[in-house]
Every structure is written in structure tokens, then in C-alpha cells.
Design a protein around this ligand. Structure first.
Ligand SMILES: C[S@@+](CC[C@H](N)C(=O)[O-])C[C@H]1O[C@@H](n2cnc3c(N)ncnc32)[C@H](O)[C@@H]1O
Length: 276
């Protein structure tokens, strides 16, 4: 029997952009830099892809670091998220990572980046999606994938562990895998990439973030996404392993822990280079 695919929907697009913007600021505050792959950004003419880019914020943030001229492309399967008037040299195009990429994009990018999208692969599976993205990288170019380490998250005490388990349940209910982050490095090595490196970054949501404004954003964004996940889990996703009382109270319990102590979520970033 074919695997069932249910799309994960966390709410209206404008609210989702607000939540993703907050989440971006929190991650940025914990990453030493957004591009960890050792690319020479001073070289003019770079062609860079951000896959699953939502409203393209990551591209707009890295653009000032990249020598001009350049060509920055942001794709997402939901084109309603794209900005109506992106800055010059940034272009957006609808693309589902589980569907074939434009044939003329093969071997064409100096850098392919993707953050927090592999959970949206459904039954197609993240391994094939990563393989197809590697095909877009030109010889000598780099790919960097940033994903939540759900295996590590589930081991956390308190709300961190509970959140890890509910995100896993939602990915599973969508017909997808959940344990892809710890496999990305192996997939890159198997695809023949060189200089493959992996780094764990602890993203501090709520009180544990040293910047009080970013701490506030963490309380709001993680509470909002927890409530949306619990609602989706209870209704259209029909997740298993949680009581109704647990799902109904998780948002408020999460908010309390974020205010009192904070939740430090592990992210895994992996990057590698296609041989010349
Ligand atoms: C959690 S958001 C991350 C957005 C952005 N990469 C960031 O880090 O802020 C996931 C994004 O992936 C997109 N997405 C989910 N499944 C996808 C798929 N199969 N193909 C392309 N985009 C997908 C969603 O529309 C959403 O914009």
C-alpha cells in the first residue's frame, strides 16, 4: 500500500512568515555565521540557491556578504510566501524538493543551502531529496544543510524532549522520516562529496538566550509553533502517542518553561564540496 502523505500546515502564510522571521533571528543569534561552508564570497558571479526559502529572508541576510554581481535564487513549494518585490539579483521560483529540478540547473550552483525543509519530504524521503540537491552543485561548489537534531532533542529533559517527540510524531503522520539530520553527513559522503563537516549548534529559545529581545521572540515563536503543532496533531494529522490533555496543555507548559529556564534545541549543520 502506498504511504499516506499529509502536508504539515502551521497556519496562515502571513503568521507563518512572522514566526519564521523570529525563528531566523533566534538561530542567527546562536550561529557564528549563516554560511559555515568555506566559500570565497568575495568572488564575483556566485550563483547561490536557498531551497525551501519561505519569504527569502536568509537570502536577503546573506546578500550583503556576497560580491556583486551574483545570482541568488530562492525556491519553495509555497510561492505565496515569496516577497512581491525582492531586491535586485534575487529571484524566486516555485519548486517542491520531491519533484524534478529544472534540467538546466544541474551542476550550476556554487552553493546550495537548505534549512529546516527535509521534514517536508513526506514518503518521497529526505535521502533522495538530498541526492537531487547535490546534483545541482557545480564541481568545486558547496552544499550546506541545517536541520533540527530530533534524535538529540528527544533526549532533552522537560519540554525540549516533549517537543522533540511531538515533532517526530507529526513528521511520521505526514508519511515522512524524522531521523534525517544525523544521516546528512553520511549521505554527502556516499554521494562522493569531499571536506564534509558537521557541527552541532544549540539554539537558545527563551530565557537561556543572552539577548533579552531575542529571548522574548523565542518565547513567542516556540509557544506559537507548539500550539499549532498540537492543534494540527490533534486534528488533521491524527498523531499517536499523546493524550488529548497532553496536547491541550503543551503550549502553556512550553511557554512556562521558556520563561523560567529556556529550551536549548540542537541543530545539525553539515556541509561538503563536490569534487572538481
Ligand atoms: C520551517 S520552514 C523553513 C524556512 C526557511 N528555510 C528558514 O529556515 O527560515 C520550511 C519551509 O519549507 C517549505 N517546504 C516544506 N516542504 C517542502 C517541499 N517538499 N518542497 C519545497 N519546500 C518545502 C515550506 O513551505 C516552508 O517555507
Amino acid at each position: 500500500m502506498a504511504a499516506v502523505e499529509k502536508r504539515i500546515d502551521l497556519g496562515p502564510d502571513d503568521k507563518e512568515i512572522e514566526r519564521l522571521t523570529a525563528q531566523h533571528k533566534i538561530m542567527k543569534s546562536c550561529y557564528e555565521k549563516l554560511i559555515l561552508a568555506p566559500i570565497d564570497l568575495s568572488k564575483p558571479g556566485l550563483r547561490i540557491l536557498d531551497s525551501g526559502c519561505a519569504d527569502g529572508l536568509w537570502l536577503r541576510e546573506v546578500q550583503p556578504l556576497i560580491a556583486s554581481p551574483h545570482s541568488l535564487i530562492g525556491t519553495d513549494f509555497n510561492p505565496n510566501l515569496f516577497p512581491s518585490d525582492p531586491p535586485g539579483q534575487i529571484m524566486h521560483q516555485a519548486q517542491d524538493i520531491t519533484k524534478p529540478w529544472p534540467a538546466d540547473w544541474a551542476n550550476s550552483f556554487d552553493f546550495v543551502h537548505q534549512r529546516l525543509v527535509l521534514g517536508g519530504c513526506g514518503p518521497f524521503g529526505p535521502e533522495k531529496a538530498v541526492k537531487h540537491m547535490i546534483e545541482l552543485v557545480k564541481p568545486g561548489g558547496w552544499i550546506q544543510l541545517d536541520e533540527m537534531d530530533l534524535a538529540g532533542e528527544q533526549q532533552l529533559p522537560g519540554m525540549g524532549g516533549e517537543l522533540g517527540r511531538i515533532i517526530r510524531a507529526v513528521f511520521e503522520a505526514s508519511g515522512g522520516q524524522w531521523d534525517f539530520a544525523t544521516k546528512m553527513k553520511q549521505w554527502m559522503i556516499e554521494a562522493g562529496l569531499e571536506n564534509v563537516e558537521e557541527k552541532t549548534i544549540h539554539v537558545a529559545f527563551g530565557k537561556s538566550n543572552p539577548d533579552p529581545e531575542i529571548a522574548k521572540l523565542g518565547i513567542w515563536s516556540l509557544t506559537t509553533s507548539t500550539k499549532a503543532l498540537c492543534f494540527a496533531g490533534k486534528t488533521e494529522m491524527g498523531i499517536k502517542g499523546f493524550t488529548e490533555a497532553e496536547l491541550d496543555s503543551m503550549g502553556e507548559r512550553c511557554e512556562k518553561e521558556l520563561i523560567e529556564t529556556g529550551v536549548d534545541s540542537p541543530m545539525l549543520s553539515v556541509w561538503g564540496r563536490k569534487p572538481l
